[in-house]
Design a protein around this ligand. Structure first.
Ligand code: NAG
Ligand code: NAG
Length: 324
């Protein structure tokens, strides 16, 4: 009995498990799941081995990358963003295979866009499939908390039929694979990335507010790494091996009815941009978009130039990112 208790306590201290709705998934240390990507000393792994600081200063940003390639799964990290003046700063947590497929790459993105003092960070989500960089599918949102105050969990669920973005236990966006999207739905193995970088050219009000290195270093903190998917052999892409619990209850299967209610209410309150209603970029709404009159009306009030179909003189085509 005594021995059992001690063993149990030992096990508890060795294995940490994710909080929130994905609480049964194991948390990896940095070295178990990730490697240094760039930015030399601007990436610091803390003593516990489970938390990482990525910083941006006048020399360089920094980033890390997963050791494995994944085809579908549930991927998550807790992130605390730098506070105060962060205009021009972008923190990204995303999947990509741009290194492997130059012309036909896939991508699933969480991007955090810094802001001037007193204005809050915004989150942008986007996907590309099979090199569809001519069609940006960005959405942008405010948040119901200040993401520089504390850690929050940001997660991507990627399956053969849908992609769901979560903030804590709230699904904020669901992208269903539709016939009309053709190859634009990400469907090749990708690695995960986390980066911080200087996006002065576009991140804040279309480049109006730049990174101010007086406030550097900008430090983004990462923790609670969950990489729970099917790993792909980098030499033989047909060799895919999935986590034993991939099919168990520990990862969400999709959106439940109550989550959908929460998602709709989040989107109603916090969505600030949707490509589906951007009349400047898309004369014709991309085929997968489902028109929602209320959403259209609300965005139009928020930003009449972009969503009003008026007389925008902007020339944004060919740009990788939307101006904000
Ligand atoms: C593909 O290669 C070209 C030329 O080398 C480069 O300019 C471009 O950025 C690459 N694209 C991606 C997605 O890596
Ligand atoms: C991906 O793009 C390539 C090159 O444009 C094309 O040949 C291929 O059929 C596309 N794949 C899918 C699944 O659409």
């Amino acid at each position: 009995m005594e021995t059992f208790n001690i063993m149990f306590l030992l096990l508890c201290s060795v294995f940490a498990f994710a909080r929130g709705f994905s609480r049964n998934l194991p948390i990896l240390s940095f070295d178990e799941g990730y490697s240094h990507l760039f930015g030399d000393n601007n990436l610091i792994v803390l003593k516990d081995g489970k938390s990482v600081h990525l910083s941006l200063d006048e020399r360089t940003g920094s980033g890390f990358v997963s050791q494995d390639l994944y085809l579908h799964g549930f991927f998550s990290a807790s992130i605390k963003l730098p506070a105060d003046y962060t205009a021009g700063v972008v923190v990204a947590f995303y999947m990509s295979n741009g290194d492997t497929y130059n012309k036909t790459h896939d991508e699933i993105d969480f991007e955090f866009l810094g802001n001037i003092r007193g204005k809050e960070w915004r989150i942008q989500t986007n996907i590309y499939g099979n090199g569809s960089t001519n069609v940006g599918r960005e959405e942008r949102y405010g948040l119901w908390f200040d993401p520089s105050d504390d850690f929050h969990q940001y997660s991507i669920l990627w399956t053969t039929t849908s992609i769901i973005f979560y903030v804590d236990d709230v699904a904020i966006r669901e992208i269903k694979r539709t016939e009309s999207m053709g190859g634009d739905f990400p469907s090749k193995p990708m690695t995960l990335y986390a980066t911080i970088w200087d996006a002065s050219q576009w991140a804040t009000n279309g480049g109006k507010y730049k990174v101010n290195y007086k406030y550097a270093p900008y430090v983004a903190e990462f923790s609670d790494f969950v990489l729970h998917g099917c790993t792909v052999d980098p030499v033989d892409f047909d060799s895919v091996s999935c986590e034993a619990s991939q099919s168990s209850d520990s990862i969400p299967k999709g959106i439940t009815t109550s989550q959908r209610v929460k998602m709709e209410s989040f989107r109603k309150k916090y969505m600030q941009y949707s490509y589906c209603y951007d009349k400047i970029r898309y004369q014709k709404r991309p085929a997968e978009c489902v028109f929602n009159a209320k959403e259209a009306e609300r965005l139009k009030r928020f930003d009449p130039v972009t969503f009003g179909g008026g007389r925008g003189h902007h020339h944004r085509h060919g740009k990788r990112h939307v101006s904000i």
